[in-house]
Design a protein around this ligand. Structure first.
Ligand code: AHG
Ligand code: MN
Ligand code: MN
Length: 334
């Protein structure tokens, strides 16, 4: 029987090859994974334990929160505060920096997370997930500036998919590996080693209902995909839209494709939807490590100097040749 490589074994074996990655990092990752296992259990039990539905409250994003948005946020904060690995945290569901309580030791990392991505899907039993990003921090009392690091500074990025199976997708800058939760033993098992995104694709993901608000380069790209083999692309395309970034990115990691949540001319105060620090940056790190590309349409996501914890950015990611084409259309249209 083929040997089952657990996440713990994989990280320890990889850590031996990673200069400067201490055992602390491995322990931090284990703490995050333990929290996500708890979240997986709650998501899987859903209405049996009354965790679905709206919390009738709004988060800092001005979005109505689901009960599970709050519950999962609390699980992440409670699981990571006491460990002594973190100097601070940031969450989609919390306005400012989440400080480590004084009675706990501090560490040299920052954890930023979207505790429940795609939460509009939770009440209709579709795939959701948790996205996390790890940065280094030398300050014991981090300020906002300590969090404002470009995505290229990430030590680690990952997401957990709560779908037909619970999966962890992870990068520490040495490729992307996927692990499936073996519910019988409670361990994540390496099932998708060295994930790679094909450079070409015939599948795009975009919320077509926003089409009237897109800029011309995006209008042009999508129209050419819709023209299929009779058009300039000379091939037919398929479309997907799951409204869960984690599910779209896993599909793209598995079979290629391109995902767009572009600049939207509807509301000048909110030109983009997805958040840089805990959605775009971790996904960009993962996608680039798998040979894909990730851009705003005009610049590489990972090189953006952040301006705030909840800064929104346009997001185009996936098969490199498709992302490069979309970026070229933006630069041509300057
Ligand atoms: P979140 O649930 O954390 O707010 O994220 C939802 C995001 C992302 O997961 C998804 O790709 C996108 O919002 C869907 O947006 P629409 O509902 O506008 O299609
Ligand atoms: Mn999200
Ligand atoms: Mn969320």
């Amino acid at each position: 029987m083929a040997k089952k490589v657990t996440l713990t074994r994989f990280i320890i074996e990889q850590q031996r090859d990673l200069p400067g990655v201490s055992g602390t990092f491995t322990l931090l990752l284990n703490d995050i994974v333990k929290a996500c296992k708890q979240i997986s259990h709650l998501v899987n039990r859903g209405d049996l334990i009354g965790v679905l539905g709206s919390a009738d409250s709004e988060n800092v994003q001005g979005e109505v929160q689901k009960k599970l948005d709050i519950i999962t946020n609390d699980i992440m904060v409670d699981a990571l505060s006491w460990t002594g690995h973190l100097a601070g945290m940031a969450s989609e569901e919390v306005d400012g920096i989440i400080r480590i309580p004084k009675h706990y030791p501090k560490g040299k990392y920052l954890a930023l997370f979207d505790p429940l991505d795609g939460s509009s899907n939770i009440d209709v039993n579709l795939t959701v997930g948790t996205i996390f990003s790890i940065l280094r921090c030398n300050a014991t009392e981090p300020t906002l500036e300590d969090f404002m690091q470009p995505g290229t500074h990430q030590v680690c990025a990952g997401f957990v998919l709560y779908g037909p199976s619970t999966m962890l997708i992870l990068t520490t800058g040495h490729g992307v590996n996927g692990f499936t939760l073996d519910q019988d033993i409670g361990e994540f098992i390496l099932t998708h080693p060295a994930m790679a995104i094909p450079p070409d694709s015939k599948e795009f993901a975009i919320n077509m209902s926003n089409q009237r608000y897109w800029e011309p380069p995006v209008q042009r790209y999508i129209a050419e995909c819709q023209q299929g083999e009779e058009g300039v692309r000379g091939k037919n395309f398929n479309m997907r839209w799951i409204a869960s970034l984690v599910a779209e990115v896993f599909r793209i990691l598995t079979r290629g494709g391109v995902f767009l949540y572009p600049l939207d001319l509807r509301d000048p105060n909110k030109p983009a939807k997805l958040r840089l620090m805990y959605e775009a940056n971790p996904m960009a790190f993962i996608v680039e490590q798998a040979g894909g590309a990730c851009s705003t349409g005009r610049e590489r996501i990972l090189e953006i100097k952040p301006g705030g914890l909840h800064q929104r950015v346009p997001l185009v990611l996936g098969s490199k040749n498709e992302v490069d084409r979309i970026t070229a259309y933006h630069l041509e249209a300057k």
